[in-house]
Design a protein around this ligand. Structure first.
Ligand SMILES: Cc1cc2nc3c(=O)[nH]c(=O)nc-3n(C[C@H](O)[C@H](O)[C@H](O)COP(=O)(O)OP(=O)(O)OC[C@H]3O[C@@H](n4cnc5c(N)ncnc54)[C@H](O)[C@@H]3O)c2cc1C
Length: 401
């Protein structure tokens, strides 16, 4: 008679999931439901801390339009399998099962109706219900493949596991427990890493640019922003240190130090059309543009950068120059605000090292990487959690009995 392996599994048959964030919690619960004996460990005192603060406390947990084009990495198409196997609709099935509601904000962004705490609670409760052993405040060291599994030290004690899922996330928000665990392990095992950089992060300005943006700190306006061939239409926010807001966070993922960012303050319009009806007007350009843009911004921008011709003068070269200022403002940010302020980490575990159907390492059978630790980074708007759920689902499905 066959005995259910779960029932009498020795510690060496366990599945160890490292990192009780979005990906780790979801993967552990699914694998335990699939009959595995699972231990989920985290070095923090609480599970899912980023879930709690995400989306302003309401967690933008997915985006109904999630598709590979909304992700960055050496090979964004890598996430096609995960998103096909487990799309936004599949996560909504779990939301219904947990009796959690949601609201759609702009562009398919789905937020929890209750506080994000309720979603974190549901993920933890799922783990408990399915028998996951959750160990917080735990130190994992010396993880190494050995024989048919892995050995490691957990709080100083030698232990074994049959397989290991690494779900320790990226480097952003170190105060919430981010660590380089996944990258260190990859290096020790000879796995290739893609260079890491802060992403979805505010950009810093210096000199007159910083003085300008600091003077407008708190002011937000819709813009089109570009870096190379990538363009986003979203809101830009001026801050004391430089630029932020969704437009800037989005473009920051494509920006590198030394590169130029281009901003159109009149997206979807043309300056000459806005001035067209005012032929012969003695009105100042900033006064005219204040009909379309915040007055304070128009005045400050004209004073510091564009100059302020009368509308009647805006023809030929003058018009061209003004178009350049208001519709193609080019600036070089000095830096980004770093991991302290970055919502995510770009780069990480090279996807060519992983099987896109299971997230298992080709070179180290039994070792899986999921979530933000992998070189797949989503746009702002729920795409990163969707990647966490989808990659966790693939690993759990492959690991279930
Ligand atoms: C302020 C903020 C707001 C965000 N808002 C959104 C949003 O609204 N929508 C969205 O899609 N994305 C959002 N994100 C991004 C999203 O939170 C992450 O992409 C997602 O949490 C990644 O999930 P993960 O499980 O891979 O990593 P994490 O959620 O970061 O979890 C990693 C876990 O591993 C643990 N860990 C790390 N090192 C070790 C170690 N050495 N030993 C043991 N445990 C370890 C950590 O304590 C943590 O619990 C936001 C991020 C931030 C910082």
């Amino acid at each position: 008679m066959h005995e259910k392996p779960n029932a009498a599994a020795a510690v060496g048959d366990e599945l160890l999931v490292i990192g009780a964030g979005a990906a780790g919690l979801f993967c552990a619960a699914r694998a335990a439901e699939g009959g595995r004996k699972v231990r989920l460990v985290d070095h923090g005192r609480e599970a899912g801390r980023k879930i709690l603060i995400s989306g302003g406390g309401r967690c933008n947990f997915t985006n109904s339009g999630a598709r590979p084009e909304c992700y960055l990495g050496e090979d964004p198409a890598f996430c096609t399998t995960a998103l096909s196997a487990f799309g936004p609709g599949d996560f909504l099935d779990h939301m219904r099962r947990w009796n959690l509601g949601w609201k759609e904000k702009a562009r398919g962004q789905l937020f929890c109706e209750q506080r994000a705490r309720a979603l974190r609670g549901a993920l933890v409760a799922d783990c408990r219900r399915s028998g996951v052993r959750l160990l917080l405040d735990a130190a994992i060291e010396g993880l190494q493949p050995q024989g048919q599994g892995f050995r490691f030290r957990l709080n100083g004690r030698a232990e074994r596991a049959r397989q290991v899922v690494v779900a320790t996330g990226g480097l952003s928000f170190p105060k919430l427990g981010a660590s380089d665990f996944a990258y260190r392990l990859a290096r020790e095992l000879g796995l290739r890493l893609v260079e890491r950089r802060p992403a979805l992060v505010p950009l810093c300005l210096t000199g007159p640019l910083q003085e300008f943006s600091s003077g407008l700190s708190g002011l937000s306006l819709p813009v089109a922003i570009r870096c190379g061939d990538t363009r986003f239409g979203e809101d830009l926010l001026f801050t004391h240190r430089g630029l932020s807001g969704p437009a800037v966070l989005q473009i920051s993922s494509y920006w590198q130090p030394g590169r130029e960012v281009r901003i159109d303050f009149l997206p979807g319009r043309r300056l000459e059309e806005l001035l067209g009806t005012a032929d012969g007007s003695r009105q100042l350009l900033s006064t005219r543009l204040a009909e379309y843009l915040p007055r304070r911004f128009c005045q400050a921008f004209a004073d510091r950068f564009s100059g302020n011709p009368r509308v009647a003068e805006c023809r030929g070269r003058v018009l061209e120059r003004q178009q350049g200022w208001w519709q193609d403002w080019r600036l070089k940010p000095a830096a980004d605000e770093g991991y302290r302020k970055a919502e995510v980490t770009r780069g990480g575990m090279a996807t060519e090292e992983l099987d896109p159907y299971t997230m298992e390492c080709h070179k180290v059978p039994g070792l899986y990487f999921i979530g933000e630790a992998v070189d797949i980074t989503g746009w702002l708007g729920g795409y990163n959690f969707q990647w966490a759920w989808a990659s966790a689902f693939l690993a759990a499905r492959a690991l279930s009995l």
